[in-house]
Structure formats: C-alpha cells, structure tokens
Design a protein. Structure first.
Length: 208
C-alpha cells in the first residue's frame, strides 16, 4: 500500500539511456565489453564478439573498440563504403583495416558461409542510443563541506532545431512589426477621418 504524501521515484530498473558521450563509449574497449559508434549512434557489439570469439575476421572490430568508425560508412546509404577493386574490377567493400566479419572475400571461396542474414552493421538490435558529440562540464560546489564535483552534461540541441527556433523567432518578430505597421496605419486613417469630420462641420456652419 502506497504511503500518503510520498512520490514514487524513477524506475531505474527499466531506465534506458538515450545519449552517450564519446568518453563513455571509449570505456567499452575490450572484447568482452565492446562498443563502437558510427553515423551518430552507439552500438554494443559485445554479443557479436562473443559469438565469433577467436575468429580472425573479428580482429579489425576489436582494434576499434570504444572508437567512432563513421569513416567506414557511407552516410548516404548507411552501408560500408565501396570502391572498385583493382584485381577484379568489381565494386567491393572498402576495408582499410582488412576484411572483417560479414564482408565477402575478394574472390569466391567455398569456405565462406553467407548464411548469417543481415550483416552486423545493418542490425538495429545492437543499437543502444545516440552519440552526443558536444558536451559541457558543470562544476557543483558544496558550500558546507567545500567538496567539488564536475558533471559532464550532454548537449542534445541540434543545429536543425536551432535554425527552426531562430526561424520561429524571426517569424514572430516579423508579425510584430507587421502588426505595428498596421496599427500605425490604423491610427493615421483615424486621424484623417477625424480631420474630414471637422472640415465637414466647418463647411456646414459656413453654409448656414
């Protein structure tokens, strides 16, 4: 039974982070705890590393654990960057660190199994949140004990959102200016009508 006057706190058991800093991603840099980031998102590849433990094709991924690998990908397609292979003259994946998991071999091979379905970089269940490239530190001082703590806060504001906000402010300013001009025009018209009424009254008195 809930006690009266008490407010329930946040449910941390089912709490999910939405944003992570590069420093937080960098802490997960081991095969048993392997995170990477690319194209603005953070991915936990620990299950992938556990599944293919000991596989040589896992080595290039382990080498970049805790790092951002956006340069591996084409931002337009979200796929691994491609190039024309000089040996075969065909379009193939560009792997500067060497071939890694789910990338087909340069030439057909009978020992390569392609029954894995989607490649790991196209699977959304590895995604754990967004990457925040911009952070700012806030220092908190306890004036009673003189203890200091520094918190790293995530800047979630995007450039697009800033432009939209500036556009809304500019639109509101234009509306105010337009309303002001209309108000001045209305006042001028009122003064002109009053002057016409006075002129008409004087003309009628003169005629009488």
């Amino acid at each position: 039974m809930q006690c009266r006057g008490l407010v329930a706190g946040p449910d941390f058991e089912h709490f999910e982070r939405r944003y992570f800093t590069p420093a937080e991603v960098a802490q997960h840099n081991q095969p048993e705890d392997l995170w990477v980031s690319y194209l603005g998102y953070v991915y936990d590849l620990t299950p992938l590393a556990e599944k293919y433990k000991g596989d040589l094709l896992l080595k290039p991924i382990v080498e970049v654990a805790g790092q951002d690998i956006s340069h591996w990908f084409d931002p337009k397609t979200g796929d691994i960057r491609k190039h024309i292979d000089p040996l075969t003259g065909t379009l193939r994946y560009r792997t500067l660190r060497g071939r890694f998991l789910h990338v087909p071999p340069q030439l057909p091979r009978s020992d390569w199994a392609n029954d894995f379905g989607k490649p790991w970089w196209q699977r959304s269940h590895y995604k754990v949140g967004r990457l925040s490239a911009k952070t700012r530190n806030i220092r908190i001082i306890n004036t009673l004990t003189s203890q200091e703590h520094t918190l790293e806060l995530i800047e979630k504001k995007k450039k697009k959102e800033s432009k939209q906000r500036c556009g809304q402010q500019e639109t509101a300013r234009q509306r105010q200016q337009k309303a002001g001009r209309q108000g001045e025009t209305g006042k001028m018209a009122k003064r002109l009508r009053q002057a016409d009424c006075l002129r008409n009254q004087k003309d009628r008195k003169r005629d009488n």
